[in-house]
Design a protein around this ligand. Structure first.
Ligand code: AMP
Length: 550
């Protein structure tokens, strides 16, 4: 880049590009026998290893080349976490094409929009999604062929999908003699669209360099701490921000990989954790809610599960404590976003914190943590002025780093950076030690009498009540205060709590003026395609709600 000063004396080390193919090559060469276990759509457990994964990725790369896929072309997937999806991760990016992972929980219209926007050339998909693909295929203008990831005997006798091929038949026609090409590490590798809760979804286009750097960084001990001694079960889907980079960081370390496929309910997950002796996992809070409910109802314990990363939404402290104290599972609270590949911060303690009381340590562990080297952050006011790191002042959170987006795919939305920093849309505090705490998404903050009320704190307190399963807090228009908090609560099955009891539970835990003005009990909360509570849907639902105080 032109604004860098060139030194008269350059280093004399190999200038080897950081390419995704090098990860699977490494895993094959040094950890070839290490296992990849997948629960398949068919219901059975499939076993393979990194050697076979590498061979089959090269067969697929050869197959894609024979279909005319060129460097830079987008190849989409619509698939669960499984070995074939992993093969596509390496075959597509490794050959210089761009892997576009599509979230199957989106509507057919939404999927057709992003497939057309991405100009996808081929789509690889799991059997589960046959009806979904049939619903949108006619609306996709650029897809030349559809590859169903199944054995030949599972292919449908007839289908409305044009140019439908069988994955296993296709790769069986090709050898594993493919040689991964060398190219500029800044070339595009994968494409992931943001959830698009407001406006059209926008694409984050990751490069080989950003992905490999993120893989190194995210595996570090104070980040996800992935090692060759782990058995890793990524619950976080490979169709959402590359499963937080685990399809790269796990093979990089040689850890055993366990894919849950479509079975993400508490019972199926628990059985897989136990049968494969999983040590480490990662997922959003709603997934752990399902697992903990199942384990609690059946009075079960975990025999190998020791650590999990929770992120995507704020992890309620009550969930963290249940996992730690009842099941002996350490929680690493992490924060990031699609635009950050996704990892920005992770929460671990430092030696100096050893002298703190358990309560003070817990208070630190409940924050979203410190940045991983590579990422830098700051909080600013609305005028862009940097705010102090005192753990109290909150402001707009901005980040930068080599795996943070610089612009969206096709420059959608125009210039996104502010003086070289990416505005995350989150509101946060940062402590003197550099521990960051998200107080809210800026569009979710409740503005009451000119002051802000952070909804995450209010939700976390409600979730700590023994009868509460889920809670969401939104601002309701108020004639005097502008907005006031309304709490919507889902009770645990068979448990009861009244509005008065819940409000009493808040006493002494928050400033008086933060107290929710009303509580509404609901059967369920709307959950979006990435497992997060959809606040915009709740706001829509309650748009005509009148608070008793209004
Ligand atoms: P996505 O791009 O769909 O992964 O969403 C990213 C957004 O999720 C962030 O900007 C945050 O608002 C939210 N988020 C992610 N991790 C956390 C966390 N640990 N605590 C609170 N919010 C989070």
């Amino acid at each position: 880049m032109s604004h860098y000063t060139k030194s008269p004396l350059m280093g004399q080390m190999m200038n080897q590009p950081l390419l995704i193919s090098s990860i699977i090559e490494h895993a094959d060469r040094y950890f070839g026998d290490n296992e990849i276990v997948s629960r398949r759509v068919e219901g059975d457990l499939h076993r393979t290893n990194y050697r076979e994964c590498h061979a089959r990725s090269r067969q697929l790369a050869n197959a894609l080349q024979s279909l005319g896929v060129k460097m830079g072309d987008r190849v989409a997937t619509l698939a669960w976490n499984g070995y074939r999806h992993l093969e596509a991760y390496y075959a597509v990016s490794g050959s210089g094409a761009v892997l576009h992972t599509i979230n199957p929980r989106l509507t057919p219209e939404h999927i057709a929009y992003i497939a057309n926007h991405a100009e996808d050339q081929y789509l690889l998909f799991d059997l589960t999604f046959l009806p979904l693909v049939e619903a949108f295929a006619a609306h996709c203008n650029t897809i030349r062929g559809y590859i169903l990831m199944c054995d030949p005997d599972r292919m449908p006798a007839s289908s409305k999908i044009p140019h439908l091929m069988c994955y296993e038949t296709l790769i069986a026609q090709h050898q594993a003699d493919y040689c991964w090409p060398l190219f500029d590490e800044n070339s595009a590798a994968t494409l992931c669209y943001t959830s698009g809760t407001t406006g059209n979804p926008k694409g984050a286009l990751y490069s080989h360099r950003s992905t490999v750097l993120h893989s190194y960084a995210s595996a570090m001990p104070d980040a996800l701490c992935v090692s060759g001694r782990d058995t890793v079960l990524p619950v976080v889907p490979m169709f959402h921000v590359n499963a937080w980079g685990l399809p790269y960081s796990v093979p990089l370390t040689g850890a055993k990989m366990v894919f849950p496929g479509p079975a993400l309910d508490g019972k199926s997950l628990y059985e897989l954790f136990e049968s494969e002796q999983v040590t480490f996992s990662a997922g959003v809070p709603t997934v752990w809610l399902g697992l903990l409910t199942y384990v609690g109802q059946n009075k079960l314990t975990f025999s190998s599960f020791k650590r999990t990363v929770i992120g995507g939404s704020a992890c309620p402290p009550s969930m963290m404590q249940t996992l730690r104290h009842q099941y002996g599972i350490d929680v690493v609270h992490a924060w990031g976003m699609t635009e950050m590949s996704p990892l920005g911060t992770a929460c671990t303690l430092q030696s100096k914190h050893g002298a703190l009381s358990e309560q003070d340590q817990q208070a630190i562990l409940e924050t979203q943590g410190h940045v991983i080297y590579g990422v830098d952050m700051k909080i600013v006011d609305d005028a862009g002025k940097a705010l102090p790191w005192d753990g109290k002042t909150y402001g707009n959170l901005l980040v930068k780093g080599p795996w943070v987006i610089s612009s969206y795919f096709k420059n959608e939305g125009g210039e996104v950076l502010q003086d070289g920093w990416f505005p995350t849309g989150d509101v946060a505090t940062i402590s003197a030690d550099g521990y960051m705490r998200i107080t809210d998404r800026s569009k979710d903050v409740i503005k009451s009498g000119g002051e802000w009320i952070g909804t995450i704190d209010l939700e976390n307190i409600a979730m700590a009540h023994p009868a509460v399963l889920q809670a969401a807090c939104i601002g309701i228009a108020h004639p005097k205060w502008d907005e006031r908090p309304l709490l919507i609560v889902v009770k645990k099955p068979g448990m009861d709590v009244s509005k008065a009891e819940l409000l009493e539970f808040y006493q002494g835990k928050i400033a008086k003026w933060w107290m929710p003005d009303d509580v509404v009990f609901a059967d369920a909360l709307p959950i979006g395609a990435t497992g997060k509570i959809l606040k915009n849907k709740i706001r829509e639902q309650f748009k005509d709600y009148t608070l008793p105080s209004a």
